[in-house]
Design a protein around this ligand. Structure first.
Ligand code: FAD
Ligand code: NAI
Length: 466
């Protein structure tokens, strides 16, 4: 008799959510975690600490630059970095405790140690030189991802850092060189820029935020440049000389050509993340990987080994916490004999900068490439009443709809609170709604969300306030 119905390896947003859902469905569940705390990358060194620092640094920036124009006169704010880091840590601790509470509440056993799959139904858990073998009917691999490294550049997490080191710097760097203009580079670049660093971003491609709608990315780049970001696009860092007091990075055009040297106090390498499968014993157990080192799964999250499933960053798809969570719920339901499902066409993405960038569905570039005939409705925040009174008018809403059926295929927003505003588009798209459906839905006034309604009206060329 197996001890458990389900053992989940990893307690990030994929793993712990899967465990809770499985317990709700009546399974006896254990989670295995090698880290000292639960919650995975997201809670410990990812989503949550970065959002705490983004919030705190934004308040610092606002107090210094935006209060006066509203008639709020304060003396120039002073940065207490250790206190800000403490604020971040309190946020991490609170969330980690929350996951511990959820495990208890749902009667999920927490097994501390490194999990290794010995075969169908068998997981070895090792900690402090001791190991035990757990028997279980089903196993879910939710071991997440790790930072991608650049050949020849050693990350010491002090001067040459990954996101983990960049979330815990003990002083504001004079100059921060960021390799990669993706989500991490722009979010953590924003944090340190607001706190006083000079920020230079080197990006391999000729644009920032690959994967996001091109028009949005262009406007975003202009806004970031106004904030003081410097971008070197179409370029790559090929080495960092750490011998002197100041770091010397060698930067070459991506297409080849003469190299230049950029000096910096800190270099942040954020060129993506890779699936994490170390120590899981997958090869020996017979769990196949795909050509990019991700655990290979079928449409029901089943791996090549019977009774073993995988979800989250360790499998294909966007490396996002909410994608991992939804897969955790779906796989638990499938194991319980239900019809668990994730709609990969409606997974929102948000960049939590100021302004925020959010998106769901197809970009204009993707529709063009697929040969889909589409209509575009756009509405700028400069024409939205609430944004005008708050003087937060940067950005716009863009809606892409099928030219024939009017079904909404993609929504892209750049602007303050874009990350909250995207969800009405998600609900609409989940129900296969049209731009007209959105345009005829009453929106409270005065809200920034009225810009979403106006963009939907603009698809039918009948925006009111423009
Ligand atoms: P993880 O969260 O990586 O968790 C995996 C867990 O498995 C870890 O706790 C690990 O210790 C454990 N583990 C691994 N191997 C073993 C083993 N053999 N035995 C036992 N335990 C093991 N996503 C968003 O959606 N929004 C954001 O704002 C956001 N911000 C981010 C900011 C940063 C700086 C970073 C780095 C990432 C961010 N992400 C964000 C991405 C997000 O963190 C991941 O998509 C998410 O954590 C993936 O969840 P997961 O459960 O698949 O894996
Ligand atoms: P990313 O994939 O978002 O961006 C990496 C960038 O680095 C790309 O623009 C890429 O073209 C560039 N690049 C790659 N190699 C390079 C090189 N040699 N030189 C210069 N540039 C190079 O990856 P990032 O920012 O590291 O984030 C990792 C993951 O974490 C992402 O998949 C993201 O989904 C997730 N994340 C999500 C957040 C959110 O949802 N708000 C926040 C932070 C991370």
């Amino acid at each position: 008799m197996a001890t458990y119905d389900l053992v989940v390896i990893g307690t990030g947003p994929g793993g712990y959510v899967c465990a809770v859902r499985a317990s709700q469905l009546g399974m006896k569940v254990a989670v295995v975690e090698k880290n000292a705390t639960l919650g995975g990358t997201c809670l410990n060194v990812g989503c949550m600490p970065s959002k705490a620092l983004l919030h705190a640094s934004e308040m610092f920036e606002e107090a210094g630059h935006s209060f006066a124009k509203m008639g709020v006169s304060v003396s120039s704010p002073k940065l207490d970095l250790p206190a800000m880091m403490n604020f971040k840590q309190q946020g991490i601790d609170g969330n980690v405790k929350g996951v511990e509470f959820l495990m208890k509440k749902n009667k999920v056993d927490v097994l501390k140690g490194t999990g290794k799959i010995l075969g169908t139904g068998k997981v070895e858990v090792s900690a402090d030189g001791k190991s035990q073998t757990i028997e279980t009917k089903n196993i879910v691999i939710a071991t997440g991802s790790d930072i991608a490294r650049l050949k020849g550049i050693e990350i010491d997490e002090k001067r040459v850092v990954s996101s983990t080191g960049a979330l815990s710097l003990d002083k504001v760097p004079g100059k921060l060189l960021i390799v990669g203009a993706g989500v991490i580079g722009l979010e953590l670049g924003s944090v340190w820029k607001r706190l006083g660093a000079e920020v230079v971003v080197v990006e391999f491609l000729d644009r920032i935020l690959p994967g996001m709608d091109g028009e949005i990315a262009k406007q975003f780049q202009r806004i970031l440049e106004k904030q003081g970001f410097a971008f070197k696009l179409g370029a790559k860092v090929t080495g960092v000389d750490t011998s002197g007091k100041t770091l010397k990075a060698t930067v070459e055009p991506a297409a080849g050509g003469a190299a230049e040297t950029i000096e910096a106090d800190i270099v942040l390498v954020c060129i993506g993340r890779v699936p994490y499968t170390d120590g899981l014993g997958l090869k020996e157990a017979g769990v196949a990987l795909d050509n990019r080192g991700r655990v290979q799964i079928d449409p029901h999250f089943a791996t090549s080994l019977k009774g073993v499933y995988a979800i989250g960053d360790v499998v294909a798809g966007p490396m996002l916490a909410h994608k991992a969570e939804d897969e955790g719920v779906a796989v638990a339901e499938i194991i319980a004999g239900q019809a668990g499902h994730v709609n990969y066409d409606v997974i929102p993405g948000v960049v939590y900068t100021t302004p925020e960038v959010s998106a769901v569905g197809k970009t204009e570039e993707e529709l063009k490439q697929a040969g889909v005939a589409y209509t575009v409705g756009k509405f700028p925040f400069t024409a939205n009443g609430r944004s005008k009174v708050n003087q937060t008018t940067d950005g716009f809403v863009k809606i892409l709809a099928d030219a024939k059926t009017d079904r909404v295929l993609g929504v892209h927003i750049i602007g303050i609170e874009a990350g909250e505003m995207i969800h009405e588009a998600c609900v609409l798209m989940e129900f296969g709604g049209s731009a007209e459906d959105l345009a005829r839905t009453c929106h409270a006034h005065p809200t920034r969300s009225e810009a979403v309604k106006e963009a939907a009206l603009a698809v039918g060329k009948r925006a009111i306030h423009m």
